[in-house]
Design a protein around this ligand. Structure first.
Ligand SMILES: Nc1ncnc2c1ncn2[C@@H]1O[C@H](COP(=O)(O)OP(=O)(O)OP(=O)(O)O)[C@@H](O)[C@H]1O
Length: 622
């Protein structure tokens, strides 16, 4: 007879062999194996599994009686055998077996056991017991390098320690067993009564692997169902928890920078919200200051800064002496020509002779005329030399978060306005021109306004909208300009109506502007998509622009100098730092062709793909 097959390994046996394998993994330095080993070899787990195995055995072989009345059956058999006239030898043997007093006593004992109810009889529950009261809860969490995801606080009156908050998606939250308001009784067998929160934190910090909490649960947990819908915001400010002494737990804080997209998952605390950065790799949220708290912090910082005379006021008064800058209203500025005159290498162009005169398929590629560009370039420089901080978004009271919603343009919606920004000389005009030339029936610039008289062959609405000084001033007073300024005694500007005209014609309007002007078209009508054109690394910038030339006056194009590159890099850093929150996309202009393709694809996506836009742009209110 072959030996019976070995019984299948029990759970305890399996556990020991897994634990042994994990022990070997510790030596191979596999992350998390130490914690897993300590969990698998914990005595309480072994005991639990033994109990589990015993219960399983009984589940497989339920100890239920085959018959409740075995002695009754034996009596019936005895009388049947007696009734047989000539019973067989087997029947006679059975008769004597069943008749024996031992067997009869055994069967009667069987019947007694079979008829008894062995279910435990529990004492009746007290009548006044609240339905969901729980006296004490024992919570066992396995801490595997990640933080616990909960903060504690002490009740100043009673000295008791409570769970203050549970971080959304963190270890404690995922367990579903710890809730804000739970009273902490013990941590790993250490009573916490009378301890400072810092001492409790020390116990937690020193605990590795499993942590056992004894807590008295707070009143019924219905917080999850009470949570309002998720809120999505764009950060309009920077925040670093490690530099904030007021944060309840710096480790639980979340760093963010302007422009980051945040999913607010918990706003129950009026001061500290919980949020995740999108796109999120981590399920665990972090603490961030609420709008009101961050605003008050910004106000404090603003007031605590030492007073400095506003540089733009200074420059205005000096400039007024020099008769250089005569006005500085709105987005306007007056530029002078002298800044660009002392050049070594000259290439002579008749004024306004090149780029802008192109037409493509009967459409004017407007906005590239030399005077207009020079005005822009000089204005840019003037602004840098004076003061950027007078732009409207620097208010210490502006909201640190902007609510956003996902938006997908429908085919019959007007196109979104495409705005290119970048430091002077980075290639914004070059890219814009290439893009429009690529498809002039789709992309178009806004026709600028000027008070300069039209020259031979020029027509209003083509190179420029030629207007009188009175009309220009009237438009300035009525805030009709996105930006404007003066160059060589003539006014130049891009009007909001010129942008609107392109959009209303069904084309995609692509403009370039100073970043502070973005604010004047940041509205539901234009739903602007802002692309920042960024210079590549210093080395690549110098390599790629070796043969490039910048326009510096009406008659000069010259190669880039080191100072131009430095100014460009400086200006790019400033723009990102100050206006980064408005940029939807950053394109590094390294290889021209490559950057142009990226720009083309980005614009397609801007018009077709889903994007986060300010919630106000979709609201029905004005
Ligand atoms: N990726 C590139 N590689 C090489 N040359 C480039 C690149 N991008 C732009 N250029 C060249 O650099 C010069 C400056 O570019 P462009 O005139 O477009 O600058 P801009 O950003 O519009 O500056 P501004 O606002 O002062 O007019 C041009 O000669 C252009 O052809």
């Amino acid at each position: 007879i072959p030996p019976p097959p070995p019984p299948p390994p029990g759970l305890t046996e399996m556990l020991s062999s897994v634990a042994e394998e994990v022990r070997l993994a510790i030596h191979s330095d596999i992350s998390g194996s130490e914690v897993l080993y300590s969990l698998l070899s914990a005595p309480w787990l072994q005991s639990l599994l033994k109990i589990y195995e015993c219960l399983q055995k009984f589940r497989r072989l339920p100890p239920s009686p085959y018959l409740p009345y075995a002695s009754g059956l034996s009596h019936e058999i005895l009388s049947n055998i007696r009734a047989v006239p000539a019973p067989s030898p087997e029947a006679r043997q059975l008769y004597s077996l069943l008749k024996s007093p031992h067997l009869q006593a055994l069967l009667s004992a069987h019947d007694m056991v079979a008829q008894t109810d062995y279910e435990p009889v529990l004492p009746p529950l007290p009548e006044d017991l609240p339905e969901d009261e729980e006296a004490m809860r024992i919570v066992c969490l396995v801490k595997n390098k990640q933080p616990l995801g909960a903060t504690i606080k002490r009740d100043e009156e009673t000295g008791e320690i409570y769970i203050a908050r549970v971080i959304h998606g963190g270890l404690a939250d995922r367990s579903g067993l710890l809730h804000p308001g739970d009273l902490l009784v013990e941590v790993n067998g250490n009573p916490v009564e009378g301890l400072d929160p810092e001492q409790v934190i020390q116990i937690l910090v020193q605990s590795q692997g499993t942590i056992l909490f004894k807590v008295i649960p707070s009143t019924p947990q219905s917080t999850k169902t009470q949570q309002p819908a998720l809120l999505y915001v764009r950060a309009m400010a920077d925040y670093c928890p490690l530099q904030d002494p007021a944060i309840p737990c710096p480790d639980a804080g979340m760093v963010f920078s302007r422009g980051d997209l945040l999913e607010i998952v918990d706003q129950t605390d009026i001061h500290w919200w919980q949020a995740r950065k999108l796109p999120s790799a981590s399920a665990c949220a972090g603490l961030i200051p609420s709008t009101s708290l961050l605003k008050s912090k910004q106000r404090e910082t603003w007031w605590s800064q030492p007073f400095q005379a506003h540089t733009c006021i200074k420059s205005l008064s000096i400039a007024a002496d020099e008769d250089d800058v005569k006005t500085n209203i709105g987005n306007g500025a007056i530029a002078d020509e002298e800044d660009f005159e002392s050049e070594d290498l000259r290439e002579v162009y008749p004024e306004e002779a090149e780029e802008g005169a192109h037409t493509m398929g009967g459409i004017y590629i407007s906005g590239f005329r030399r005077s207009f560009r020079l005005w822009r370039r000089m204005t840019h420089r003037k602004r840098r030399q004076s003061c950027y901080s007078c732009s409207p978004n620097t208010s210490a009271l502006s909201s640190p978060y902007e609510e956003v919603v996902s938006y997908q343009r429908r085919p019959d919606d007007p196109h979104r306005l495409i705005i290119l920004v970048g430091p002077s000389g980075v290639g914004v005009n070059e890219l814009r021109k290439r893009l429009i030339k690529l498809n002039p029936h789709t992309f178009q610039g806004a026709v600028p306004h000027t008070t300069r008289p039209a020259r031979d062959g020029e027509g209003t609405g083509k190179e420029y909208n030629f207007v009188t000084k009175e009309l220009f001033d009237y438009m300035v007073c009525n805030h009709r300009f996105l930006e404007y300024g003066e160059y060589k005694g003539h006014l130049y500007g891009t009007s909001i109506d010129a942008v609107k005209d392109v959009i209303d014609s069904g084309r995609m309007c692509v403009i370039d502007t100073e970043p502070h002007s973005i604010l004047s078209v940041r509205n539901k009508k234009f739903k602007p998509y802002v692309i920042f054109i960024k210079p590549p690394s210093s080395e690549r910038l110098r390599q790629t622009r070796r043969d490039a030339r910048i326009i510096t006056s009406c008659v000069v194009n010259r190669p880039f100098k080191d100072v131009d590159f430095e100014e460009m890099e400086d200006s790019a850093r400033f723009m990102e730092r100050k206006y980064g929150q408005y940029f939807d996309r950053v394109i590094v202009n390294e290889e021209l062709q490559d950057a142009c393709m990226k720009l083309f694809n980005t614009i397609q996506l801007a018009q077709e793909g889903p994007h986060w836009i300010p919630a106000a742009w979709l609201s029905t209110e004005d």
